[in-house]
Design a protein around this ligand. Structure first.
Ligand code: RIB
Ligand code: CA
Length: 310
């Protein structure tokens, strides 16, 4: 029985692979997509989500636009990694997947109400849309199976010394979602930095040989180049699909049940995700935190899933 999944994203190169893993993996059923302002402004992320599904031949999955920016901060984008339109590299086709007339909150609500079982949400950008949904539709929280989020880190950040980008853009939203009581899993940089797009990985994915893989290889060429220029990481870490892997193949990602808190006020540390593995603060565990990845198994599931697309 496949798990119904909503992907909330800010495409972004790695978000595209998260969408493809969710759409192509036999254990998952992609039932809706929502976009948020993050890597680039919402007008691009919502269009890019439609492009990702168009390229992959995934039709009939509604795509809605959500929040343009964080709950209470000014949006800071990441063109330095993803390019001006958010999907630097390939020429982008005109998306044939339409933008749903509903906003993210309405689409999530309708999706939960129509589902015959609780629906998982995988968020791969700033988690603003999920926080807004929980604020506006608390009556439907019980219909959410769990929330898995790519973001944060048990160690150093990637946008400030202590904050990862998705957490840094909207830490208030993250605090709301973590505090909601819905099972929450954080897949942070400490693990996604093991999902490195090496030359061998690029060859493995390109060898899938379909239209989706070819488009993906153009994305990876750009993504690896900018990660090299910005971070000195020529093998770009493909962050977002690792969050999807938690649901697609639970054994591929090691999780620890522990305490997670978000820094909201630190002048140097705002957006930091504080993971208290040793219980030093004596607070109740409130999240599952990824601590390991079976790297070969991960790339294998991604290649197999892409092979099931156009
Ligand atoms: O820090 C990496 C995360 O920020 C990824 O989700 C990437 O797409 C950006 O959103
Ligand atoms: Ca993302």
């Amino acid at each position: 029985m496949s798990i119904p999944v909503i992907v909330d994203c800010d495409p972004g190169h790695d978000d595209v692979f998260a969408l493809w893993l969710a759409a192509g993996h036999p254990s998952l059923e992609l039932v809706a997509v929502t976009a948020v302002g993050g890597n680039v402004p919402l007008e691009h992320t919502s269009r890019n989500a439609r492009v990702a599904l168009t390229v992959a031949g995934v039709m009939g999955v509604p795509v809605a636009a959500g929040a343009e920016g964080p709950l209470s901060r000014v949006l800071e984008t990441a063109e330095w990694i993803h390019g001006e339109n958010g999907l630097g590299g390939p020429v982008l086709p005109e998306p044939t997947v339409p933008l749903d007339a509903r906003g993210a909150t309405e689409l999530i609500a309708d999706t939960l109400l129509a589902a015959s079982e609780p629906v998982a949400i995988v968020a791969t950008g700033p988690i603003t849309n999920v926080a807004v949904f929980l604020r506006d539709r608390p009556d439907l929280a019980g219909r959410i199976r769990e929330i898995v989020w790519m973001g944060g880190s048990t160690g150093r950040g990637n946008v400030t010394p202590y904050a990862e980008f998705n957490a840094w853009v909207d830490p208030e939203a993250l605090a709301i979602v973590v505090g909601s009581g819905i099972r929450f899993t954080m897949v942070g940089l400490n693990v996604t930095h093991r999902a490195l797009v090496t030359a061998a990985v690029r060859e493995r994915l390109a060898a899938v040989g379909n239209r989706t893989a070819a488009f993906g290889d153009e994305l990876l060429d750009f993504f690896c180049r900018t990660n090299d220029e910005v971070f000195g990481m020529p093998d770009g870490p493909l962050h977002d699909p690792v969050a999807v892997a938690v649901l697609a193949d639970p054994g591929s990602v090691e999780l620890v049940h522990t305490r997670l808190d978000v820094e909201l006020a630190g002048t140097e540390t705002v957006g930091a995700t504080s993971v208290d593995f040793d219980g030093m603060l004596r607070r109740e565990p409130n999240a599952w935190v990824a601590t390991g990845l079976d790297v070969d198994r991960f790339w294998g599931m991604l290649a197999a899933s892409v092979s099931r697309l156009a």
